[in-house]
Design a binder for this molecule. Structure first.
Ligand code: AMP
Ligand code: MG
Length: 285
């Protein structure tokens, strides 16, 4: 796997070779139980941490070329229940990118103005332009998740949205936006732990929202809604990945690796110098 920082090569340690995300195949049975939130034979912390650091260095290099190339945009959609680690991924993985080329967008409950528009209006506006990496902290998928589970719109409305989302994402792909979607999957037990920690830690209590416990009580309804979104909207243009997220280090490693593989496949090129600039620079030494 690719060149490391300053052109040096690196490869993943043998024990991590098979630890990677596969896109969701709509034909498969989608598993969102407790087991799917963990990986078997958890590698040693230090090994994971070191490998993730190397992947993040690689992301830094890849983004430079990606930005200079400027022919495509990259959109990483992060979805997951409360305390699933969306902020953690943004900090640890997106932190590898030069901030001037990244745009992080968080989606909360729609404003009155947003509600007067179609559900994709506020989302489309946040899609990164070419040369930029966009990260969505929640997304248009809330409109088939919370909107469905909490009955914010009638069933006939949310049912029609899967096809609208697929068409929207296809439009993005056609326009040079590479879309990758991660569902950070935590088990009910682990979410319970994390929410309790939030209650008791003054540095985390602010993240606890009125409604988080209601959403937790609706666990099974959300599971069904997630399964439908994953099944119906994992496309070639915009694949979904289920990220086992009970362990933060595994989660960060998996997302970083998927991004490295995605960005390597883009084969971004530094554009050649403008001949006029080169000509003007003759004799400039
Ligand atoms: P958080 O990301 O935990 O800060 O919370 C954001 C909240 O906004 C979550 O409870 C989401 O379910 C909610 N939210 C995001 N998008 C929508 C939407 N389209 N409709 C209703 N609620 C939403
Ligand atoms: Mg929350």
């Amino acid at each position: 796997m690719g060149k490391g920082k300053n052109g040096g090569t690196f490869s993943l340690p043998e024990q991590l070779k098979d630890l990677r995300l596969e896109p969701v195949d709509g034909e498969d049975k989608i598993k969102l139980g407790s087991k799917a939130a963990c990986v078997e034979d958890l590698p040693a912390r230090e090994v994971l941490q070191e490998a993730t650091a190397a992947l993040c260095d690689r992301l830094t290099d890849l983004q430079e070329a990606f930005h200079a190339d400027g022919s495509r945009a990259l959109l990483l959609v992060l979805q997951g229940r409360d305390a699933s680690g969306k902020d953690g991924v943004i900090k640890s993985v997106s932190g590898a990118f030069n901030p001037s080329g990244v745009r992080i967008s968080s989606f909360g409950p729609p404003t009155p103005l947003e509600l007067r528009h179609d559900f994709l209006w506020r989302v489309h506006e946040q899609v990164p332009p070419r040369g930029v990496i966009g990260v969505f902290n929640r997304s248009h998928y809330e409109d088939v998740l919370v909107a469905r589970v909490r009955k914010l719109v009638p069933e006939s409305v949310w049912r029609g949205r899967y096809a609208l989302i697929n068409a929207f994402e296809e439009l993005l792909a056609e326009s040079g936006v590479v879309v990758r979607k991660c569902m950070l999957h935590v088990s009910r037990e682990e979410q319970g732990e994390r929410l309790r920690e939030r209650l008791h830690d003054p540095h985390k209590a602010w993240k606890f929202r009125l409604g988080d416990l209601d959403d937790r009580a609706l666990w099974d309804d959300y599971t069904e809604a997630y399964k439908d979104a994953l099944r119906q909207c994992s496309t070639k243009a915009a694949p979904w990945y289920i990220v086992p997220s009970d362990d933060n280090k595994v989660r960060n490693f998996l997302v970083a690796r998927m991004l490295v593989e995605t960005m390597e496949s883009l084969d971004s090129k530094y554009p050649p110098m403008d001949p006029k600039v080169r000509e003007a620079a003759v004799g400039f030494h």
